[in-house]
Design a protein around this ligand. Sequence first.
Ligand SMILES: CC(C)(COP(=O)(O)OP(=O)(O)OC[C@H]1O[C@@H](n2cnc3c(N)ncnc32)[C@H](O)[C@@H]1OP(=O)(O)O)[C@@H](O)C(=O)NCCC(=O)NCCS
Length: 149
Amino acid sequence: MAETLAIVPFEEGDLDVIMGIENASFPTPWTRQCYLDLAPLDSISFFVVKLKGEIVGYMLYQRWAEEMELHTIAVSPSHRRTGVAKKMMEHMTADAEKRGVKRIFLQVRPSNAPARSLYTSFGFHVIGARRGYYRDNFEDALVMRMELP
Ligand SMILES: CC(C)(COP(=O)(O)OP(=O)(O)OC[C@H]1O[C@@H](n2cnc3c(N)ncnc32)[C@H](O)[C@@H]1OP(=O)(O)O)[C@@H](O)C(=O)NCCC(=O)NCCS
C-alpha cells in the first residue's frame, strides 16, 4: 500500500478534503483560514498524501535554520493503520536531513496513544510538558524532540 502513495505539495483546492479530515481528527480543529495563512510562508512545508488521486492525509511543518517543528499530521479515519503517517514522517525526516536540520520538535496529547507510538517509533522522546495546554479539556501537551545525526 505505502508504495502507491504520492506525497505532493498542498494546493488551495485540497482544502475541502483537508478540512473534512481535520474535523474528524482533532477535538480543536484548525480553521481553513489558519491553513491558508500558513501555506504561503517560506518556513512552512505543507504536503498532502494521495492514494490513487484521493487525499488520504496531510502534514504541515516549519523550519527555522537547524530546527523543525511538526505542527500537524492527520490521516483520514478510513485509511489509518495502513502506513500513511509513516510515509509522511519518513518524508519529513528525509527533508530535514537534506536541509541540515539537527532537531525536530512536536507537541502531543498524553492521551493520544496512536500518535505517541508513531513518534516514538521515529526516535522522538518526551523532553517536557506544557501544563493545561489544550483548551478543550486542559490536558497537558507533551513536548517531544528527535535529534538528527
Ligand atoms: C496518529 C495518526 C496520524 C497515525 O496515522 P496512521 O496512518 O494510522 O499511522 P501508520 O499506519 O503510518 O502507523 C505508523 C505507526 O504509528 C503507530 N500507530 C498508528 N496508529 C496506531 C494505533 N491506533 N495504536 C497504536 N499505535 C499506532 C504504530 O507505531 C504504527 O506502526 P505499526 O503499524 O508498525 O505498529 C492517525 O491516527 C491520525 O490521523 N490521528 C488523528 C490526528 C492526530 O492525532 N494527529 C497527531 C496529532 S499530535
